[in-house]
Design a protein around this ligand. Structure first.
Ligand SMILES: [Zn+2]
Length: 311
C-alpha cells in the first residue's frame, strides 16, 4: 500500500438523529453534510468510515457520575438541566450523544495504531462529571482517556482544544491530575462566563483575527507539547472561531483556520505523536461555511497522514 492510500479512519454518528423544536439553533445537519462532502471530495474513502454505535453505559460511567447517568437515561433531567444543556431530553438524543462518545473512543484506539484517526462528531468539552452543558451530554475525551488507561495505554494524554469556547468540562474533570495536560485557546469573553482552570488557558480578545491566534499558538503549543511529553493527543478542532460563526468572536478566516491545522499537524508530526481528531463546535450561517471549515481540518489531516511513515 502506498502512502497515498493508507486509510484515515473515521467514525460517524449522524445516522442517529434526534428531534428538535422548530428553528432550534443546533446545527444537526452539519454532521451529515461534513461526511458527505469529505466523501465527495475524496478526502475520506467510504470504507474508512465506520458507523458509531451508542457507547455502553459502563463506558460513560468511567467519566460520569451514576446519578447523572440515571437522570439522563431515565428522562429525569430537571428544567434547569435542560436549560443549561440547550437541548430537550429525548431517548434519541441520549442515543446520539452516546454514539458520539463511541466514535472518539474507537478513534483514539485507532490513532494509537495508525497515528491519526478521528470522529466526525464529538469534542463535547462542556460536559462535566455530573452534568451536561451547551449541547454536550457526555465528555467524549474524558471517557476515552479513562478507558484507554484501563487498558494500560495513554498514560500522559494531551487535550489540544482550539474551539472558540473554553473546554470547561474537560478542564474540571482533569483538574488536579498532572498526567493530563488540558490546553484551551478560546475567546475570553465567550461562554462560559465562569471559566474553569485548564492546565494552560490562552485567552484572546474579541476580533483577534488570524495573526493573533496563530501567534498565540506558535507561542504556546510546541512548548506545552515538549513540557508534557504526551503519548496521545486529543485535538478538539472546533471551527467556531470562523468569522461567519454566530457564536464565535475571534473572526478567523478559512485561510487562518487552515493554517492553524497545518501547524498543529506539523507540530505533532515533528514529535511523532498520535492524534485523534474531534469535530467540535461550528455554528456558521450559512452552515456551508462551517462545513467547509470542518472539512479543511480533515484535508489537513489527510495531508499529514500521507507524510507519516508507515505505522
Ligand atoms: Zn464552541
Amino acid at each position: 500500500m502506498s502512502a497515498d492510500d493508507r486509510p484515515l479512519l473515521a467514525w460517524a454518528s449522524d445516522h442517529w438523529s434526534f428531534p428538535l423544536p422548530p428553528a432550534h439553533p443546533f446545527p444537526l445537519e452539519k454532521y451529515r453534510l461534513v461526511r458527505e462532502r469529505l466523501l465527495a471530495d475524496g478526502v475520506l474513502a467510504p470504507e474508512w468510515i465506520s458507523r458509531s454505535d451508542p457507547a455502553p453505559r459502563e463506558w460513560l460511567a468511567a467519566a460520569h457520575g451514576s446519578e447523572y447517568l440515571d437522570r439522563t437515561f431515565g428522562e429525569g433531567w430537571t428544567a434547569a438541566e435542560v436549560r443549561r444543556l440547550g437541548l430537550p431530553w429525548s431517548r434519541e438524543l441520549v442515543q446520539r450523544a452516546s454514539a458520539a462518545v463511541f466514535g472518539t473512543v474507537m478513534a483514539s484506539r485507532a490513532a494509537l495504531e495508525h497515528g491519526i484517526a478521528g470522529n466526525l462528531a464529538g469534542g463535547t468539552h462542556h460536559a462535566f462529571f455530573d452534568h451536561g452543558e451547551a449541547y454536550c451530554l457526555f465528555n467524549d475525551v474524558a471517557v476515552s482517556i479513562a478507558l484507554l488507561r484501563r487498558e494500560g495505554r495513554a498514560q500522559r494524554p494531551f487535550v489540544l482544544d482550539l474551539d472558540v469556547h473554553q473546554g470547561n468540562g474537560t478542564a474540571a474533570i482533569f483538574a488536579g491530575d498532572p498526567s493530563v495536560f488540558t490546553f484551551s485557546l478560546h475567546a475570553r469573553h465567550n461562554y462560559p462566563t465562569h471559566k474553569q482552570r485548564s492546565t494552560l488557558d490562552v485567552e484572546l480578545d474579541d476580533a483577534a483575527g488570524d495573526d493573533s491566534v496563530l501567534s498565540a499558538l506558535d507561542a504556546h503549543v510546541p512548548a506545552a507539547l515538549d513540557a508534557h511529553a504526551p503519548d496521545l493527543v486529543f485535538y478538539q478542532a472546533g471551527v467556531d472561531a470562523l468569522h461567519t460563526d454566530r457564536l464565535g468572536r475571534l473572526r478567523m478566516t478559512h485561510e487562518g483556520l487552515a493554517e492553524r491545522d497545518r501547524r498543529v499537524f506539523a507540530w505533532l508530526e515533528a514529535r511523532r505523536l498520535p492524534v485523534v481528531i474531534m469535530l467540535g463546535g461550528g455554528y456558521g450561517r450559512p452552515i456551508e461555511t462551517t462545513v467547509e471549515a470542518h472539512c479543511n481540518v480533515w484535508r489537513a489531516a489527510r495531508e499529514a497522514r500521507q507524510c507519516r511513515p508507515r505505522c
